[in-house]
Design a protein around this ligand. Sequence first.
Ligand SMILES: CC(C)(COP(=O)(O)OP(=O)(O)OC[C@H]1O[C@@H](n2cnc3c(N)ncnc32)[C@H](O)[C@@H]1OP(=O)(O)O)[C@@H](O)C(=O)NCCC(=O)NCCS
Length: 183
Amino acid sequence: MQHRISLKNPSYDDYAQFYAMRFTSEVVYWADDEPHQMSLDEYALGRLTAQGSGEIIERIIVVDGVPVGTITARDFVDRVCQCTLGIVIADPRYWGHGYGYAALRLFMVLLAEEGVGRVILETYANNKRAQRCFHKIGFQKKRVFFAPNSGRFVVQMCMSLAPKRPIGEVITRDDPRWRAPRR
Ligand SMILES: CC(C)(COP(=O)(O)OP(=O)(O)OC[C@H]1O[C@@H](n2cnc3c(N)ncnc32)[C@H](O)[C@@H]1OP(=O)(O)O)[C@@H](O)C(=O)NCCC(=O)NCCS
């Protein structure tokens, strides 16, 4: 069965759907610099506020209609059109099925349309699943360093994007007007 992966603008309810899984020790181990103790309100409202103020661009990853995680661009450096990427699928049962790759492909188009020219990210050196996923999309390893605060090695990867400027309205797959291109 083919699964449908899409991205949507976040709502409080989306965060609520995977909040309980998002801060389990297994997910935090791969995704975060330090363990988080935050309430749903702190998590969801904090993200919505950051998105509303333009500090981040965040989308909810949706698999067959179910919100499963987040994909985020932050730390924008306008001078060099650069941002930092983060991605977390909160439920480990959804890992390793190609959903992260599909979500990244959609998000990269969005970032290119925003005029972002270069995307960087950092991931733990032992996070081979994430690195494989990032490599497939086109990220290249840039450097490896030891992060004293986490006591772990970190891999920095980067990727350049060809800026895409739409000449008209952009119709995405979740729009009812979207049709598959003719071959
Ligand atoms: C990182 C993450 C978003 C990737 O999404 P995903 O849907 O799991 O990744 P994909 O299935 O698209 O790609 C994973 C690739 O790694 C491979 N893989 C899976 N488990 C692996 C492992 N333990 N070691 C090495 N490769 C592995 C898969 O086979 C796949 O490669 P393939 O398509 O060539 O077969 C997701 O796993 C996640 O949210 N993990 C927890 C949080 C995290 O690590 N975030 C990244 C922080 S920078």
